[in-house]
Design a protein around this ligand. Sequence first.
Ligand SMILES: [Zn+2]
Length: 240
Amino acid sequence: MDAAPTLLYLSDMTCREFTATVGVVEERAVCLDRTAFYPGGGGLPPDRGSLAHEGREVAVVGIRRDGERLWHDLDGAPPPAGEAVTGRLDWPHRYGVMRHHTAIHVLCGVVYHLFGAVVTGGQIRSDRARIDFTLADLTRERVQQIEDEANRVIHEGRPIKVYSVSREALAAMDLVRTKEILVPEHVRQVRIVEIEGFDAQADGGTHVATTDECGRLRIVKTENKGKQNKRLEIALESTG
Ligand SMILES: [Zn+2]
């Protein structure tokens, strides 16, 4: 079997259950020929969930990159190689991550458009997220302005489109929202995530389909991380 699995989450971010064939196995880990489990990266945590085989279910507690391989770490014995399994994501966890990730993208666009600030770091969880910007001055008025503008974009329910462009085409686009270019040198086709008509970024992560799925955004904390560096922490009101 080919070492590199088909990454279902790249094309279908609503996939929460899938069937796959077991490839190589370790004592408590398996590789699959296809998977919807996001391995983490880009500030996002990995997915968790379970694999079911012949009525027996084992929890997926971690995802590990190993060259082209993706190991699904299990909390029990793995299903045998060559067998069909059903993978299920912990959907509340994944959906929370997608909402917060999309909200962070809205925020990135807002601070870039308002102040020309770019991102220096961030961390996204299923129930909160934070992001650092190159911003010298973060007054109370500015925080309010950022929050209001972000909520306006969220409320518009803009579709999130995913497509890929060549590295050369990327260079010609105005997509510099991070201080360093994060796309590795060997990557020829770059995945673009666009909040339609608002902002686009090179991104390998998972997102919701429209901005209004984020729900109302609140900036719950700001922190001074240096003269030119400010941190914003956000929370989202549940969309029910
Ligand atoms: Zn992202």
